[in-house]
Design a protein around this ligand. Structure first.
Ligand SMILES: [Cu+2]
Length: 160
């Protein structure tokens, strides 16, 4: 019964990001990178994806790049004294062996900062991800609609 539930959950997730693709590097599989359309004059966009480590050793997402973004950071969101705050993960994000780590709104995410142009729904943003062991892989972020912002995800909390 557990596997049926998982399959249903996977279909639900895929339906929300139908334009995106999977990428492989080393023993890592990167599922469906996507981003969100940005409001005019908002120089920041989130990047979301899932990373599965099919190997036997841990790896870390340590950086990357996105076309048009001067800065590319890996963030986490956490409750801090009742307020949702985000901070940069300076040492990157660990992908344990056999695990799938999801970067999603309200949780771990990539922050594309100082964007040279707004992102529009349907755009593809070329970029790359850098892993400590697996190395670098080129990916493409599919830009979805603006949708609702996760609670507490405010630009002024970045403090950069
Ligand atoms: Cu952030």
């Amino acid at each position: 019964m557990k596997s049926c539930y998982l399959v249903a959950a996977l279909f639900a997730l895929q339906a929300s990001a139908v334009h995106a693709e999977d990428y492989k590097v080393g023993s890592l599989v990167i599922h469906q990178p996507w981003s969100r359309a940005t409001p005019k004059n908002a120089p920041v966009a989130g990047g979301y994806l899932k990373i599965t480590n099919t190997g036997t050793a841990p790896d870390r997402l340590v950086g990357g790049s996105a076309d048009g973004a001067k800065r590319f950071e890996i963030h986490e969101m956490k409750m801090d004294g009742g307020v949702m705050k985000m901070r940069e993960l300076k040492d990157g994000l660990e992908i344990p062996p056999g695990a799938t780590v999801e970067l999603k709104p309200g949780s771990y995410h990539i922050m594309m900062m100082n964007l040279s142009r707004p992102l529009a729904k349907g755009d593809k943003v070329k970029g790359s991800l850098a892993f400590e062991k697996a190395g670098k892989v080129d990916v493409e972020f599919a830009v979805e609609g603006i949708g609702g912002s996760p609670a507490g995800m405010k630009m002024n909390e970045h403090g950069h």
